[in-house]
Design a protein around this ligand. Structure first.
Ligand code: AMP
Length: 214
């Protein structure tokens, strides 16, 4: 089985992709995470990606995304199903993702769009912290109480993502509306899209998603 998860910032798409990966033994392809790892590299490529995602807060070029996806898919066994999170973010990526899946002998079974309001998105992101070491997502007021707290999972220090500023979220939401929403329409016309209300608790969202998986 091969799935794609679309959703705006803070919609919980990463969490749902992780749950799907565990339940159905799928490889979780998380493009945002891959790019954040690349951005830590002390190389011209690492610096280029850092500048785009953390300073300009824009999308990385389709050429880079397509290459990274191609590398990832070709590194996997053909029988291994995938849940793709963070791609496609525009129409060109949508077409390329379909092509790459097909070339690697995979059928796209379903695309999920997890939607939340813009207000909810900004609210959730302002509370999102992450462990510096194990990268567990921690919610201020729920998992942690103070910015000086340690990660409950591994005891390391915590931080906020550099692109998770108020202005960063607003910019990424604009990009989502303009560039990624047409991707949802594209898959809807192909009868592959399921829209999921992301403002419910995590378990409810997951329950709704799995109802679409036969
Ligand atoms: P995310 O963790 O999904 O919020 O992604 C973090 C950042 O990585 C985004 O704001 C973009 O700058 C970049 N990024 C992630 N996925 C893509 C993609 N498919 N196309 C272009 N840029 C991406």
């Amino acid at each position: 089985m091969n799935l794609i998860i679309l959703g705006s910032q803070g919609s919980g798409k990463g969490t749902q992709a992780e749950l799907l990966s565990e339940k159905y033994k799928l490889e979780h392809i998380d493009m945002g995470k891959t790019l954040r790892e690349v951005a830590l590299l002390d190389t011209p490529f690492g610096k280029e990606v850092y500048e785009i995602i953390n300073i300009k807060k824009e999308l990385v070029s389709n050429r880079i995304i397509n290459k990274l996806l191609e590398l990832k898919l070709s590194s996997l066994n053909r029988e291994q199903g995938v849940v793709i999170d963070g791609i496609p973010r525009n129409l060109e990526q949508a077409k390329y993702t379909e092509e790459l899946l097909q070339e690697s002998g995979r059928k796209l079974d379903k695309v999920f769009l997890i939607y939340i309001s813009e207000k909810e998105s900004v609210k959730r992101i302002s509370k999102r912290w992450v462990c510096k070491k194990c990268k567990t997502i921690l919610i201020m007021g729920k998992d942690i109480k103070d910015s000086r707290d340690k990660c409950p999972a591994c005891g390391s220090g915590i931080e906020q993502r550099e692109d998770d500023t108020k202005e960063g979220v607003k910019k990424r939401l604009e990009i989502f509306k303009k560039e990624t929403m047409p991707v949802a329409d594209y898959f809807s016309k192909k009868n592959l899209l399921a829209e999921i209300n992301g403002s419910q608790p995590v378990e409810k969202v997951f329950e709704e998603i799995t109802k679409h998986i036969i």
